[in-house]
Design a protein around this ligand. Structure first.
Ligand SMILES: [Zn+2]
Length: 207
């Protein structure tokens, strides 16, 4: 802390997986609570002996930069942690089509990020592949509170091609798998809210 030595911080995302942040500096210490804060900086300044001061940057500017970078890194940790925990809950497969392929897997929010209740918790998540992530976000399909998948009606009017047939229409009225632990099951009230939006869109499109 006194020497402002740049450190590397390994943040545990899930057991066995870490996200590294560098350079990390020790900020304020609170000896009465045995805690200290850490702040992440720009890698550019880690190479300067004495950090920003030697680079001719004022303390205020350097502090603002570190707090901005720390916020960004914290968001990245939350996103990665959400993704990994949701993927584990769904056994590393797409909840819609069961695709396992690593580069095509991801995690989606039921209540979108930034809305009230749109928190990065497993109960507000589902694990789709890239296709089903876009289809879920774009309300092309929805998950009912009883975990049954519904494909929007207008999709059935589109001409068949193999992806449409198997990738979308084939999902209609199938179930998403229930995660192993009850604590990871999708929140039914969140699904209900999301499904209501899907139904409103479906009705509007029929007019
Ligand atoms: Zn899929």
């Amino acid at each position: 802390m006194r020497k402002r030595t740049p450190l590397i911080c390994f943040h545990r995302i899930v057991p066995g997986k870490y996200l590294a942040a560098w350079p990390v500096l020790i900020g304020e210490a609170d000896p009465s609570r045995h805690t200290f804060s850490v702040e992440v900086d720009d890698a550019h300044f880690a190479g300067w002996p004495g950090g920003s001061q030697k680079a001719g940057i004022s303390d205020g500017v350097a502090q603002a930069r570190r707090s901005y970078i720390t916020t960004i890194v914290r968001q990245r940790i939350h996103q990665r942690s959400f993704r990994e925990r949701v993927l584990r809950a769904y056994s590393e497969r797409c909840a819609f089509c069961r695709l396992r392929h690593e580069e095509l897997r991801g995690a989606a929010h039921i209540i979108p990020d930034g809305e009230p209740d749109g928190e990065p918790v497993v109960k507000n998540g589902v694990a789709p592949c890239k296709l089903h992530h876009a289809a879920f976000d774009g309300q092309v399909l929805a998950i009912r509170p009883d975990y049954v998948i519904e494909v929007r009606r207008d999709i059935f009017g589109e001409e068949d091609d193999p992806m449409l047939l198997h990738g979308l229409k084939g999902m209609h009225e199938t179930h998403i798998p229930a995660p192993r632990f009850a604590r990871d099951h999708p929140n039914r009230e969140f699904l209900e809210r999301r499904y209501a939006q899907f139904r409103t869109l479906e009705v509007a499109m029929r007019r």
